[in-house]
Design a protein around this ligand. Structure first.
Ligand code: 3PG
Length: 216
């Protein structure tokens, strides 16, 4: 998968936490129907790999990435389940190196210039900026870009991003997409409120599309 192209085309990536495997497929259907096909299924719960496999098999159009990939066994499980890329909130050179060897695109998280330097040295072309709002938000990324723009690095901020501020991030050309849980809230998943999730996804997809055509 061309991670930058695919994630950039989506603009907004729902960050998903699945507690109940039965919710995985209807949740993914609602998000894809709302217009957000790239889904980050986080390894924060035990059924993450199973959820990736089920969604891939049962939801046409869904593109699966694995999130919160902190351990080698999660990386291996994500790839085996059919994830097309992996992301993490932090930068662990051993995991980035393992992903490079396994041939799966990996986007580590950074929050400092030093972490970004190290990620670039390992060949990463794209990084998460996490936790985006707490770490300095869009201003901080712009300041990093002052020194790093020439490298061509692309950003995916997550952490505190929502409909009200996603536009500020996506207005920066090097920020190709944003991730967040606001599109798949815990209470709506627990209640099986797929109409609400579809509508949240549609709002996010519409905004991302408008901003991208404006910035094109
Ligand atoms: C992530 O891992 O990307 C974050 O947990 C998402 O943060 P949010 O809940 O503030 O959207």
């Amino acid at each position: 998968m061309d991670m930058i192209k695919t994630l950039g085309a989506a603009g907004v990536i729902p960050v998903i936490v699945i507690d109940d495997i039965e919710k995985a497929v209807p949740l993914a259907r609602a998000l894809v129907k709302g217009g957000l096909p790239v889904l980050e299924v986080t390894f924060r719960t035990a059924c993450a790999a199973e959820a990736i496999g089920k969604i891939k098999a049962e939801v046409p159009g869904a593109i699966l990435i694995a999130g919160t990939v902190l351990k080698l066994e999660q990386l291996v499980a994500a790839k085996a389940a059919g994830a097309e890329a992996c992301v993490a909130p932090g930068f662990d050179p051993a995991i980035v190196d393992a992903a490079n060897k396994l041939g799966i695109p990996f986007c580590p998280g950074v929050a400092t210039a030093s972490e970004l330097s190290q990620a670039l040295a390992l060949g990463c072309k794209m990084v998460k900026f996490f936790p985006a709002e707490s770490a300095g938000g869009v201003k901080y990324i712009k300041d990093l870009l002052g020194a790093f723009r020439w490298t061509g690095v692309k950003f995916m901020p997550t952490g505190g991003v929502k409909l009200s501020n996603v536009g500020d991030y996506l207005a920066v050309p090097e920020i190709i997409c944003c991730g967040g849980t606001w599109i798949a809230p815990k209470d709506a998943i627990a209640a099986g409120d797929w109409a609400k999730i579809e509508s949240l996804a549609a709002d996010a997809a519409k905004l991302a599309k408008e901003l991208k055509s404006k910035n094109a």
